[in-house]
Design a protein around this ligand. Sequence first.
Ligand code: CA
Length: 247
Amino acid sequence: MNEANQSALREGKTDRSPRILVVEDETSLATLLVYNLESEGYDVEHVENGDEAELRIAESPPDLVILDWMLPGVSGLEICRRLRTRDAALDMPIIMLTARGEEGERVRGLSVGADDYVVKPFSTPELMARVRALLRRARPERVASKLVLGDIDLDRATRRVRRSGREIHLGPTEFRLLEYFMEKPGRVFTRAQLLDSVWGMSAEIDERTVDVHVGRLRKALIRGREKDPIRTVRGSGYSFDETFGRD
Ligand code: CA
């Protein structure tokens, strides 16, 4: 981070740009990232290890985190997992960076709650595009009244769901479940996370209840040979298929 940004942070900038925390121990890569992000107008902070990252996030949660997988000390994966257990960081967009050869770990990364995944060496414009997309997705969608993915659209205002134009009748739990999935396509949620977020913290419900409601949701959504938009991730939980509607 440059000095102007540091002092702006200390003084509590009012008209603020999105704040991005870069967690990366390779100095040359970190410098490149910080330079490019600042050129795009973001307020950027850089830390080199997981402990510092956790400290900074606790002190002042950024709008987005770019998190290296392989870090000295606490791994990026572990930081990601820990962050997702905190209320304040539950919706914070996280992009994981990983070295070539670790692609096989993608599901693991997504299952602990990363929103996106970039393999090194990556193209800077591509990473910038993903940052923009995630920031856009993290904020406006929460206030937008309509969520549209593929041929499914969900209207929060009228609480109506349609698929290919036909009305889908859902119970209140299935509606909330679908809404939650559609807000974060590709993100894998554990049954415990779904119980917390969709049923509420106080719910003392068996995790199998989630399976029952996901089953009902699927049954309502899918007719004939239509594609199943919900993905079951073995050993992890469920997600809204991020490739849904792209083919
Ligand atoms: Ca590293």
